[in-house]
Design a protein around this ligand. Structure first.
Ligand SMILES: C[S@@+](CC[C@H](N)C(=O)[O-])C[C@H]1O[C@@H](n2cnc3c(N)ncnc32)[C@H](O)[C@@H]1O
Length: 245
């Protein structure tokens, strides 16, 4: 019998957006050329770019790549038996489930608001993945916003997030502040994010390092990780430990 694979979210949204712009530009070309000027044929170039990008996203072996991210986060955070671990914006439970598979006992929580356009995951989907991965009952999922984490100060040994912080545009600093707040002194913090995203104003740079240090982290460092979807690219693990205030 074929083993069911977990579903940690797809690339459907990226495929849709790129196809949408590609097709709109094809229509714009047809109308533009027939009504205005033959030079508008040039619009086919960006159209081809978007359509090609949609196919690249469709082809990507996303599960394999997500497992690679998870493995790296676990490697750098070095979880220990009995620790309390929080995965923020857990989606299908990718990191939370990975930690549950790695350590014995402890408290492992995944929180998310499960946005409709957030990769197509849900709390049910996360719970199903925990079952498939053999850790049901060892990881808890809760609906909560990272900008208001429902846990006391200094509670978790490890707080992580993958591909979450860069998409939060409103009160992003509050999200980071909350993640640091619930972390114990010397607790480990890791986020995985793209290097830069102009439309959300995100950037992994010296300013981010300064911001995280101001919020209470020490030894902040960036580590690149090469992924291959939708094309070969680097994302960054941003790692630090909470200092004593
Ligand atoms: C791209 S998905 C990443 C999911 C998962 N971390 C992974 O790597 O597979 C981003 C997730 O962040 C969640 N998210 C976005 N804004 C959030 C917020 N303010 N609080 C909690 N979760 C949020 C979305 O619902 C979505 O599940």
């Amino acid at each position: 019998m074929r083993k069911t694979k977990p579903n940690y979210g797809g690339t459907g949204w990226h495929v849709f957006v790129n196809l949408f712009f590609g097709v709109i530009l094809v229509f714009a070309t047809v109308f533009g050329v027939s009504l205005y000027h033959p030079l508008l044929t040039l619009l086919l170039l960006p159209s081809a770019y978007f359509i090609l990008k949609a196919f690249k996203w469709k082809k990507g072996e996303i599960l394999e790549e997500k497992l690679k991210v998870r493995e790296e986060v676990i490697r750098v955070t070095k979880p220990k038996d009995g620790e309390k671990i929080l995965d923020v914006g857990t989606g299908g439970g990718l990191l939370a489930i990975g930690f549950a598979k790695t350590i014995k006992d402890g408290e492992i929580v995944g929180i998310d608001v499960w946005l409709r356009l957030g990769g197509g995951t849900s709390i049910k989907n996360a719970e199903k993945n925990a079952e498939i991965e053999g850790v049901a009952g060892r990881v808890k999922f809760r609906r909560a916003d990272v900008r208001s984490i429902p846990y006391p100060d200094n509670y978790f040994d490890v707080v992580v997030a993958s591909f979450v912080i860069h998409i939060i545009r409103k009160d992003r600093e509050k999200a980071l502040k909350e993640m640091v707040r619930v972390l114990k002194p010397n607790g480990r913090f890791t986020i995985v994010e793209p290097p830069k995203e102009d439309w959300t104003g995100w950037s992994v740079d010296e300013k981010l390092k300064e911001k995280l240090e101001r919020l209470g982290l020490k030894n902040v460092r960036f580590q690149p990780l090469t992924l291959s979807y939708p094309k070969k690219r680097n994302v960054y693990l941003v790692y630090g430990e909470k200092g004593f205030s």
